[in-house]
Design a protein around this ligand. Structure first.
Ligand code: SF4
Length: 383
């Protein structure tokens, strides 16, 4: 049986190259967590402990829970953990997590709203063709009225919009599993706890929506299984990719970053990039300057009533020409064909000259705009 998960399918949709490295080649890389991921794990472990202990009739006080969080943080902290935002320290993140737990505790104590069925579940939802979907719910609960709750803790600083949650695949797929496993379910509610905002948001799917989601998910899995090409797809998410050192878009950066400064500056790639960038900049500056001079030459030729301006070794001819603009649409191409001007067979320059002489069909002509433009051309002067 092949198992899929929300993150596996998400990786495929984000970047097929990353998917191949992670799930087909199973490349193992020892990349430290980011501090955000580490803090998220510690908060999840603390809330898991809270509810696990409640099952055993042990209600931790807020202080006990925070003590657990802080000790757990201390025990697992590794100085290799990445803190990308230089303006914040590990201490800031630790305190953030502590605040999340404290706010949550005050908001939901004594935690008896629902009955907990499972914590950090590891279940499988069976799909067609011997495939399954991994069901990992932070906290799975029910109430006495027969409603089930799929609860997910979020520790990042982004509060999602309701419409985004109503489209969310992860928890909605889990509700398919709940409906299959607990046919008595009156409703299955998807609940997100945005801990940074002390805010709870809920979504629910109809049976039709869930059926559609399952069909779409299976179609995506078919696409995964048929996939033969695994191109890179560079996006903002690359910053969090642990395979950058193997990725064609980033591996040169990794190679040269290891070099001492003198070797870095002598690296062929580094030198070529700098030369190319310099020339590219000069080219753009020259193009802008050329445009200014072009305008000045047009003005000069008008003021002096001349069509050629003479320099020492070169001359520039300045004249007006007709410019033709027509719609680049399928409808216009169709019209040309109907009127006998087959776009693939006509002599194009003769067609343009007929337009200028207004010798083409009126329906075609009405869609064409003609205007005047300046032609400014440099050549060598011949004595
Ligand atoms: S760095 Fe970006 S493009 Fe490269 S493998 Fe990772 S996600 Fe894909």
């Amino acid at each position: 049986m092949t198992t899929y998960s929300h993150s596996k399918l998400g990786t495929f949709q984000q970047c097929k190259f990353k998917y191949k490295l992670q799930y087909i080649d199973k490349v193992k890389v020892d990349v430290p967590d980011t501090v955000e991921t580490f803090m998220g794990k510690k908060v999840h472990e603390t809330l898991e402990k809270l509810y696990k202990d409640i099952k055993y009739q042990k209600l931790n006080s807020k202080e006990e829970l925070i003590k657990f969080y802080l000790e757990n943080w201390q025990k697992d902290w590794d100085d290799k953990i990445i803190i990308a935002k230089e303006e914040y320290s590990a201490e800031n993140y630790k305190e953030m997590g502590q605040k999340f737990i404290s706010d949550y505790y005050e908001h939901y104590k004594p935690f008896n709203q629902f009955t907990v069925i499972g914590l950090e579940t590891q279940e499988l939802f069976e799909l067609s063709k011997d495939r399954s979907y991994h069901v990992r719910i932070d906290r799975f609960c029910c109430d006495k009225e027969g409603n089930y709750y799929i609860c997910d803790y979020k520790t990042n600083n982004q509060l999602k919009a309701q419409e985004e949650l109503d489209e969310d695949r992860q928890l909605a797929m889990y509700s398919l599993w709940v409906k299959q496993k607990y046919p008595d379910a009156k409703s299955v509610k998807l609940v997100w706890y945005f801990l940074a905002f002390d805010k709870e948001m809920i979504s629910e799917r109809s049976d039709e929506q869930l059926l559609k989601l399952q069909v779409e998910t299976e179609a995506l899995i078919n696409e995964v299984e048929k996939c033969k090409e695994f191109p890179i797809e560079v996006s903002n998410l690359c910053s969090w990719c642990k395979f950058q050192h193997l990725c064609p878009a980033f591996k040169h950066k990794f190679e040269v970053e290891q070099l001492p400064e003198e070797k870095f500056n002598l690296n062929d790639g580094v030198k070529l990039v700098e030369e190319f960038a310099t020339l590219d900049k000069q080219e753009k500056e020259a193009a802008a300057q050329k445009e200014i001079i072009r305008e000045k030459l047009i003005k000069f030729s008008q003021q002096k009533d001349v069509s050629v301006v003479w320099g020492t070794e070169h001359k520039v001819s300045v004249r007006t020409m007709d410019k033709i603009e027509y719609p680049k649409t399928e409808e216009f191409e169709k019209l040309l064909r109907i009127k006998g001007y087959d776009v693939f067979t006509i002599n194009y320059s003769r067609f343009l000259s007929k337009i200028l002489k207004r010798e083409v069909d009126t329906d075609v002509l009405t869609q064409i705009k003609t205007s005047q433009t300046w032609m400014v051309k440099v050549g060598r002067r011949k004595e």
